[in-house]
Write a protein that binds this ligand. Structure first.
Ligand code: NDP
Ligand code: GDP
Length: 330
């Protein structure tokens, strides 16, 4: 059998790195799409020791011609569309760019697959933000919960979700949405609240910083480990046909609980003297609580998350402590 080929967009991001590592372990040839940068950072792939094992292709989600060319050239068996302007907060500052990359970029990639690789299998990185906090009577989100997006990011992702469903239904393509709840790791971008806290706590512990400025401490998220979630992305593309699946832990925790565990881990029981609320980090519209019910994925994909909430928080603080001890200026 010939070597299976996967094309990953967003290869330099958190999920791109973990997914590439997993697919390489499964024997895939991995093409990683990255946009042109004057000074690209391969940090995440280097952290996992796989930066030299990926074949990089240059393109941009907002440039349809580049995606047509890449799909024609790579002839992938599986396409994982992870590229995005992925930060909710920035989507109010750059709503059009967010829409172009996340929404129209997905259309461009699906179109390229339809023309040059219609046999391929497509994974779309959809998000629990599309629910906007709407829920069933138990306060949870399922594949049947109505969408009510509350940010330009969530709205752009809703377009991508539906265009993926539409290409599946209109053209018979294998196209699947993974509706993923928040997932984190030591590779999470530092603007996201979990990594901002783990990095901040490590700096405070090492005497490099004495304050952590945050926004709304009361919102709750269903946080899992990115390394667990990428395995299910692959499983979604090994089914008989395309479909849509929620991935979540089923537990919801507040920012305060995250702070309790993170500070507790470095021996600080009372974090209140270190944490300041800063209105700059509050959002024009907030998604208060997300808690997913991933019964479909657990039954059909035989998947479940392996890392607990507490293990996730301590893993992240630990990784930042180790990094800052060896590179205090990073
Ligand atoms: P990251 O922000 O870490 O990675 C996104 C990647 O997309 C970056 O490497 C970025 O490249 C790339 N990208 C951005 N714009 C473009 C563009 N115009 N052309 C090509 N590449 C581009 O996100 P994650 O890895 O955390 O998430 C992966 C996907 O999953 C995203 O689509 C995200 O929205 C979605 N998602 C994530 C969740 C989470 O909790 N992590 C939850 C649900 C969905 P560059 O390095 O050049 O900036
Ligand atoms: P999101 O769920 O994709 O928006 O992930 P984030 O990590 O960016 O935000 C999760 C929650 O943390 C949201 O409800 C934010 O309002 C809240 N939050 C509180 N303080 C901060 C902060 O300083 N930065 C970020 N990014 N989020 C914060």
């Amino acid at each position: 059998m010939s070597t299976p080929k996967a094309l990953i967009t967003g290869i330099l991001g958190q999920d791109g790195a973990y997914l590439a590592q997993f697919l390489l372990e499964q024997g895939y040839h991995v093409y990683g799409l990255m946009r042109r940068y004057s000074n690209p950072t391969f940090e995440n792939l280097q952290y996992l020791g796989i930066a030299d094992e990926v074949e990089y292709v240059s393109g941009d989600m907002s440039d349809e011609a580049s995606l047509l060319q890449i799909v024609k050239f790579t002839q992938p068996d599986e396409i994982y569309n992870l590229a995005a302007q992925s930060f909710v907060g920035s989507s109010w500052d750059q709503p059009r760019l967010t829409t172009e990359i996340n929404g129209l970029g997905t259309l461009h990639l699906l179109n390229a697959m339809k023309i040059f690789a219609p046999y391929a299998r497509f994974y779309q990185a959809s998000t629990s933000e599309m629910f906007g906090g709407g829920s069933d009577e138990n306060g949870e989100q399922t594949e049947l919960t109505s969408f009510y997006p509350k940010s330009p990011y969530a709205i752009s992702k809703l377009y991508a979700y539906w265009i993926t469903v539409n290409f599946r239904e209109s053209f018979g393509l294998y196209a699947t949405n993974g509706i993923l709840f928040n997932h984190e790791s030591p590779l999470r971008g530092k603007e996201f609240v979990t990594r901002k806290i783990s990095d901040g706590v490590a700096r405070i512990k090492l005497g490099l910083q004495n304050e952590l400025r945050l926004g709304n401490l009361d919102s709750k998220r269903d946080w899992g480990f990115a390394g667990d979630y990428v395995k299910a992305m692959w499983k979604m593309l090994q089914q008989e046909e395309g479909s849509d699946y929620i991935l979540s832990t089923g537990e919801s925790h507040s920012i305060r609980e995250f702070l309790d565990i993170a500070f507790g881990y470095v021996g600080i029981e009372d974090w209140t003297p270190y944490v300041t609320t800063d209105p700059r980090f509050k959002r024009p519209a907030e998604v208060k609580t997300l808690q997913g019910k991933s019964d479909k994925a657990r039954a059909q994909l035989n998947w479940e998350p392996e890392v607990s909430f507490e293990e996730l928080v301590t893993m992240m603080v630990d990784a930042d402590l180790q990094r800052l001890k060896s590179e205090p200026t990073s």
